[in-house]
Design a protein around this ligand. Structure first.
Ligand code: PEP
Length: 252
């Protein structure tokens, strides 16, 4: 049985003074301790403080990006060792905004994923098609190629370790237009089937596949009710303690 994971992606939002009020309000809204994994992907500047506040409450803190190289002349970048230095053990990899605005390719995403796994940092790898690709009936071709690049880049494809995949249709991110639960399940099932073919049934059965794209308290129950949806990657709604707490409660 895969444990559900509800992951918030704060993107380029929040400053340090907002953290304590956020976590206080979130914990209060949540009431009892969550039965699913709860994670917040925070901007680099907030990682340390967020970790201090979240860890005692049992929430995980992740980075939103990481560089594959160990060190060197990569101005503006942050390494895996730097994340681990402040206690961070997870990172988003290849979010569509990184692919769209910062030219990340399947090859760089594969490299980052491999480096993160080697370092013991949990990679949450984002894949998904654009609207034009969906309308051209290329969803499986695009998502399959993005997934293949990651799986082929791993040392031992039979052991996916702590890899998490997030299926995030680009047309659903930040648009208020979520995929329907049937659309999402169809792609999640495709992803899991592909993982079975490359990595074997055991690895595929353990792999958590999150849905992301305008998930909110109103649609999360139906999304999480699908067989191959193991949690959510949530942008806008994760900035609001009331909404995100409602989603975490729905996951338990
Ligand atoms: C995201 O940023 O990964 C995301 C899914 O955003 P939103 O929930 O706002 O669509």
């Amino acid at each position: 049985m895969r444990k559900k994971l509800l992951a918030g992606n704060w993107k380029m939002n929040k400053t340090s003074g907002e953290l304590a009020p956020f976590f206080d309000a979130f914990a209060k809204e949540l009431g009892a301790a969550p039965k699913c994994d709860v994670l917040f992907a925070a901007p680099f500047t907030l990682l340390q403080k967020a970790q201090e506040l979240a860890k005692p409450r049992g929430y995980l803190i992740a980075a939103q990006n990481v560089h594959a190289e160990a060190s060197g002349a990569f101005t503006g970048e942050v390494s895996l060792a730097m994340l681990q230095d402040v206690g961070i053990a997870a990172s988003l990899v290849g979010h569509s905004e990184r692919r769209q605005y910062f030219n990340e390719t399947d090859a760089t995403v594969a490299k980052k994923t491999k480096a993160a796994q080697a370092a013991g940092v949990m990679p949450i790898v984002c894949i998904g098609e654009t609207l034009a690709e969906r309308e051209a009936h290329r969803t499986e071709a695009v998502v399959g190629a993005q997934l293949d690049a990651v799986l082929e880049g791993l040392g031992n494809p039979k052991d996916l370790g702590n890899l998490v995949i997030a299926y995030e249709p680009v047309w659903a991110i930040g648009t208020g237009r979520s995929a329907t639960s049937a659309q999402a399940q169809e792609v999640h099932a495709f992803i899991r089937k592909r993982v079975v073919a490359v990595c074997g049934a055991d690895a595929a059965a353990k792999l958590r596949i999150l849905y992301g794209g305008s998930a909110n308290p109103a649609n999360i129950v139906e999304l999480l009710g699908q067989k191959d949806i193991d949690g959510g990657l949530v942008g806008g709604a994760s900035l609001k303690p009331t909404d995100f707490a409602a989603m975490v409660r729905a996951a338990t």
